[in-house]
Design a protein around this ligand. Structure first.
Ligand SMILES: NC(=O)c1ccc[n+]([C@@H]2O[C@H](COP(=O)([O-])OP(=O)(O)OC[C@H]3O[C@@H](n4cnc5c(N)ncnc54)[C@H](O)[C@@H]3O)[C@@H](O)[C@H]2O)c1
Length: 383
């Protein structure tokens, strides 16, 4: 460790890597190097962290080899998480790796093995575990006021599905597996977090209903005859492939039934919705709690009910968690702080590498269920 704290290198320096500013703002760490295939992004990065005179390279392996770096942040596309994470751990660095941990369960297992061999810390960016609203929701569940939790419903409607996921590699199964990883790994993980259990079995249905089609794979929005009328026009560099191209081969709508042992859960995702909502409903023997945005409603059974008083049987309480400070519902600064706490103080974070792996394992198995005729899939645990 340098005299100015933990020296961190970023692999993938644009877009999501912006959250790493939280690490640099912390007195205990500084961003000292970056790797990216884009020199334009590296130039921006160099300016952003000019106060640290960062080293830059377009080969992430060279960054990993540096002996003046203590930790690495992996912010590359999903298909490029496993390789740099394993290489960094093997080079003796701590690693923060964005979610999903990888696009295949076997890759997650190889990452877990490298982590255990290395004696270094590995943290997976399941940042919903640090969102104020979800922490408040978990407190309510853990307080026991709902009784024993038995059922969970999660509905996730994405009103910007085309914009975020169908203009680039994210819509291609070989580079993403599907949106049950890129998007749902958060919610699958949240179901695990809220119930304190991992999924044992999953069965899923889904389809590509709206996106995909017969447009050529090399068509970009700015050159399209329909650009003035299209619902999903994009002119962003590198993120403007036609959403209705032939090569799109992932689902834009899916439904999962999950067996977590003594708890059952249902997860629904739709990427062509006309609104963006995450709605969580948890039911226990004594009550239910619902979370939408920052608002939580809790309904609990009152004691000493009689039939005559049926209308007054339930007590209702509502909570507004309020606007969060910091990106992703307040989660980004907190998960960065937790990464440094883990390295410096050994303080265990809300998320373990095993939890990151289990979210991928369920997302992969559910995708296989959809593509294999909706067959139920057993989820292997961490060995
Ligand atoms: N936890 C969250 O809330 C959250 C939010 C957004 C994105 N993410 C995750 O963060 C990751 C990055 O997302 P993004 O939207 O920034 O992706 P992106 O496609 O914009 O790529 C990120 C960066 O990686 C660089 N890159 C690509 N290939 C590279 C290579 N071979 N070597 C070095 N750099 C390379 C790109 O140039 C870019 O700067 C993804 O895994 C995504 O799932 C997580």
């Amino acid at each position: 460790m340098g005299s100015n704290g933990i020296r961190i290198g970023l692999i993938g320096v644009a877009h999501r890597a912006a959250m790493a500013q939280n690490l640099d703002k912390d007195d205990r760490a500084k961003i000292v190097a970056g790797a990216d295939t884009s020199w334009a992004f590296l130039d921006q990065f160099r300016k952003q962290y000019a106060h640290n005179s960062p080293a830059v390279t377009n080969d992430w392996r060279k960054l990993v080899e540096r002996d003046d770096i203590d930790a690495v942040g992996v912010f590359t596309p999903d298909y490029l998480h496993a390789e740099p994470t394993i290489a960094a751990l093997e080079a003796g660095k701590h690693v923060y790796c964005e979610k999903p941990m990888a696009i295949k369960t076997a890759d997650c297992d190889a990452m877990l093995a490298a982590w255990k061999r290395s004696g270094k810390h590995l943290m997976v960016g399941m940042n919903m575990r640090y969102m104020d609203a979800f922490l408040a929701f978990k407190d309510i569940i853990d307080s026991g006021q709902l009784g024993e939790v038995k059922a969970v419903w999660v509905r996730h409607f994405v009103g910007f599905g085309g914009w975020a996921y169908f203009h680039d590699y994210r819509a291609n199964a070989d580079m993403a597996t599907g949106l049950l990883l890129q998007k749902a790994s958060h919610d699958i993980d949240m179901i695990h977090f809220l119930t304190g259990r991992f999924t044992k079995r999953v069965v899923a249905m889904g389809a590509l209903d709206f996106f995909g089609g017969d447009k050529p794979d090399d068509l970009v929005c700015t050159e399209c005859d329909e650009k003035d009328t299209c619902t999903d026009f994009s002119d962003r560099p590198g993120k403007a492939q036609c959403c209705f191209r032939k090569g799109v081969d992932i689902e834009d709508h899916s439904m999962l039934l999950m067996d977590l042992g003594d708890v059952r859960a249902n997860y629904v995702q739709c990427h062509y919705a006309t609104e963006t909502t995450r709605n969580y409903l948890v039911i226990g023997g004594d009550g239910m709690a619902e979370l939408t945005g920052n608002k939580i409603t809790v309904k609990t059974q009152k004691a000493n009910n009689t039939k005559a008083r049926a209308r007054a049987r339930f007590a209702t309480a509502t909570y507004d968690v309020g606007p969060a400070k910091g990106g992703h519902g307040g989660a980004d600064p907190e998960i960065c702080r937790a990464f440094l706490d883990l390295i410096l103080d050994g303080k265990q974070p809300h998320v373990t590498p095993e939890a990151g792996r289990m979210a991928v394992a369920v997302g992969c198995a559910a995708t296989e269920s959809i593509r294999g005729g909706n067959k139920p899939m057993d989820i292997s645990g961490v060995s």
